[in-house]
Design a protein around this ligand. Structure first.
Ligand code: EPZ
Length: 417
């Protein structure tokens, strides 16, 4: 059942409900370790990475129940500071257990998280930030042990490279440190704003999240609370591309248009007719073939790297030539070899690709390699000529809730084999 059988030549039209953001829910789940009271988290997407995060929290001793997409979490009985290798290695997000476990127990033992297929995913910036706050780090071959004489001391920390992960690690450690921490050159992604909002709901004192300078005034402990996770901007962008490549129309609701300004600008440039409301986005291609658009990924509010594969697919069937530059991850073009096997005219040159649009791709037997690449290959199969088979679709289940069901509701014809 790890293969999909996809009928091509489909128009993808209709209405899709956007789920909660995986990349906000994951750090928020691990931040619950910082509190010892009951927490309720709403709009958590049911995806594999979340299921693994829940397994990790239960292993540490947390009690978790879920009902109607709300997670009821009680971390009062967490009593383990060393998550198991077999679960830690499965998700990159497991690094976000380091700082909460360290703060709670004064020590933590964490295996280096799974790099994934888009790059080596180092954690040096996470560790530098913690060391600046007074943490002692001992590196072993495939794990680290961290110690902190309680409590940490607030500091001014400049993160030398913009990093979502490191910003969240340092922000969470500073939450219960003594005094003021200022994080400079902080990542500005909406998911960071959501993590800060969640911590503030539990009693933290964080301001400036979403800008490049975050202020954290340390407090002594956190209480329980309720939080609703923000919508997933990358799922939204992926479905907008689904309609754009099939010259169709779509309404994405329960989303947040202001997180997608850059993506919507590029879609309009490609010829899409875009309308937005409070929590919805409508895209209509009016049967027109898209025009190719140049893309260069950068940290938020720049063009999101997590939308690079989807836009390369758009460009591969658009009118004209385009250049796509990937500035964040060093190996995020694996899916392109599969698009070329479908007839796409793409040349890879180090960290950028040159794409010449063709009128239609042809079906093939494809192999997906990572989360956003596999979503892209599935979309390619929906519009290619003939029947496409995509293998290794466990990747797409990591980050898209009911992706196949939502696509079939839009007119796709995709079956699990
Ligand atoms: C988060 O990854 C997201 N993952 C990624 O989404 C997203 O692409 C990325 O942020 C955007 O920057 C989750 O939230 C679970 P980074 P993260 O730290 O935190 C380098 C998806 O498809 N770096 O911002 O790992 C790093 O190698 C995923 O949903 C260091 O050098 O990304 C990369 O080149 C893919 N040292 C760059 O910084 C460090 O200590 C940005 O990484 C940390 C990062």
């Amino acid at each position: 059942m790890n293969k999909l059988y996809i009928e091509g030549d489909k128009k993808l039209n209709g209405h899709v409900l956007i789920s909660g953001a995986k990349n906000a829910a994951l750090p928020i789940l691990f931040m619950t370790i910082l509190a010892k009271e009951k927490i309720e988290i709403n709009n958590v997407p049911q995806v594999t990475d979340i299921k693994i995060a829940i397994k990790l929290l239960k292993y540490l001793g947390a009690k978790i129940k879920s009902k109607n997409k709300i997670l009821y979490i009680d971390t009062s009985s967490i009593n383990v500071y060393y998550p198991p290798y077999h679960l830690t290695k499965k998700i990159r997000a497991s690094i976000w257990m380091l700082s909460p476990l360290l703060i709670r127990f004064g020590k933590a033992k964490i295996f280096f998280p799974g790099g994934c297929d888009i790059g080596c995913r180092p954690i040096d910036l996470h560790l530098k930030g913690l060391i600046a706050l007074g943490v002692k780090i001992v590196k072993k071959d495939n794990y680290i042990i961290a110690f902190a004489q309680k409590p940490l001391k607030g500091k001014n920390i400049y993160i030398e490279k913009i990093s979502v992960g490191a910003t969240i690690t340092i922000m969470s450690a500073a939450t219960l440190a003594e005094g003021l921490t200022i994080i400079e050159n902080a990542a500005q992604e909406p998911e960071i704003i959501d993590v800060a909002k969640f911590l503030n709901t539990l009693g933290a004192n964080i301001t400036g999240a979403g800008s490049d300078k975050i202020y954290i005034v340390g407090i002594s402990n956190l209480h329980g609370g309720y939080h609703k996770v923000i919508p997933d901007r990358i799922e939204t962008g992926t479905f907008l591309i689904a309609a754009a490549i099939s010259k169709g129309f779509i309404i994405c609701s329960k989303t947040e248009p202001k997180y997608l300004t850059n993506v919507l600008t590029k879609l309009s440039e490609s010829g899409a007719n875009i309308k937005i409301g409070k929590d919805w986005i409508k895209l209509d291609m009016k049967e027109k073939r898209p025009r190719a658009v140049n893309i260069s990924t950068s940290p938020y509010p720049g063009f999101p790297t997590d939308m690079q594969p989807q836009f390369t697919l758009l460009n591969s069937i658009s009118q004209g030539k385009s250049i796509i530059i990937e500035n964040i991850f060093e190996n995020r073009f694996a899916y392109i070899h599969e698009l070329i096997r479908m007839g796409a005219k793409i040349k890879i040159k180090k960290n950028h690709v040159v794409c010449k649009g063709v009128s239609q791709l042809s079906s093939n037997h494809l192999f997906s390699n990572d989360l956003r690449g596999s979503a892209t290959l599935i979309l390619a199969g929906c519009v290619a000529k003939g029947i496409t088979v995509v293998n290794n679709i466990h990747h797409v289940k990591r980050g898209y809730e009911s992706f196949i069901k939502k696509l079939n509701k839009l007119g796709a014809n995709i079956k699990h084999i």
